[in-house]
Design a protein around this ligand. Sequence first.
Ligand code: GH3
Ligand code: MG
Length: 466
Amino acid sequence: MLDNEYKILVVDDAKDTQMLLDFDLTAAGYKVTCCDCGEDALSILETQEIDLILLDMYMPGLSGLETLVKVKAIDISADIPVIMLSASNDEDEVVAALEYGAGDYVIKPYVAKVLLARIRTAIRLKEKTAQLEYLAKTDFLTGINNRGSFFELSTNALNLANRVGHSFVVAMFDIDFFKPINDNYGHDAGDQVLRVFSRALADAFRGYDIIGRVGGEEFAVCLPNTSIEHAYIACERFREYIEQLRLVLTTDIDKEVVINITVSIGLVLAQNKVITIDELLKQADTALYYAKEHGRNQVVDAGLINKEKDVDNSSSLTQDDNLALKVIDINNNDSSDVNVNEYNKDSNEMTKFDGIDFDIGVNNVLGDESLYKEILIMFYQDHHQDGDKLFAAIKSKDNDSIKHIAHTLKGVACSVGAMDLFEVTKAVDIAVNEGQEDELEGLYLQLSPQLNRVMQSIKVNLGLSE
Ligand code: GH3
Ligand code: MG
């Protein structure tokens, strides 16, 4: 920056000193703003960007020291270097000023050359400090927050969200099959991918979302004041954007290659006020791991996995427990009791599930058939009315509800192995997110028979009574 781009605020009640300083500083190339008292200085600092303050020690109203204390106590001005000016060289006064945060002290009448040298030094020092702070907080490769800075900023944001009662979502991102890029094209090509990926993250998320590189090819984003549904949509949009990107990389033998990458994303809603960022990242990481295990290139909400874990806990109930689960009837909306033993009697029945790929579903729960059956019951219980809900939402053009129903149903259909239902729900999800509202009714007509087929087969095979 050239000297004439720096702005200096002169605070002195003596008009002659103000004029002299204005003259000398302007001649040296600085922009100068003058005022007569501490009170005016504080209001100028609220509205103007100032690079350095020359502050007179003795002034009516707020003294120089009192003004200094206030300047240093306010966030916007705390880092601005202050040089105190005084007609006396009382040592106690000098010590007090330095202790309250002044950077330097100059005796009036000042020698212009000396004052200008001190101003230059103070400004350079401030710039170097800011540069060091930036380097300490920034990931050198990508220019986004490093792990430490990400944790600091997101902890503050989480505390604020807890205080004001706002929702808070954390998402973890991991580039799929990144290692082969390094292996095939060289480490520099991998670095280029990381830079492009970081820029895309910074562009895709809002200014007040907190973005960080938390591992080699792992990134995290905190989304304060965001519902899990909106966070999911934002992540899904980002995933799709990355999927269609064509990256032009320079390889280690100076050739250009065009590649595409995909990303897996795990996200979690902070639901417990005492939870820490560390804990939230672990939960998001579990969802990310789930996404990797289930084919990569997808977004997984940890809440859905937790739901399966809840089922897992209830699976400790043995067949002898004779416990009845509440299931809402598909036709009359009444509650009816279903006996776990009734649908557990013949595992061959599992082969008869229409619209469900049994192998996919059961593999998703590590081959535990009885757990899988319980998950199917939960799936039935939570989603058998989704067709009606979706139809009503499409009719009333309630896009938020359409998005919510489609994205949840899509995720769960995939988890239980209802792949045809998954495909058509995914089409609804894409249509509503891309604003293709004209297509929704047609897609609903495809989705509805798939949903009925899956729900009926669960109902029949698991003996869920009317
Ligand atoms: P997955 O789909 O399971 O995530 O597979 P992956 O290959 O992406 O993941 P893996 O964890 O096996 O490999 C991550 C690689 O990222 C290994 C490491 O060498 C590389 N890596 C970590 N930091 C950097 C970096 O700063 N630059 C480059 N070029 N590579 C890095
Ligand atoms: Mg990876």
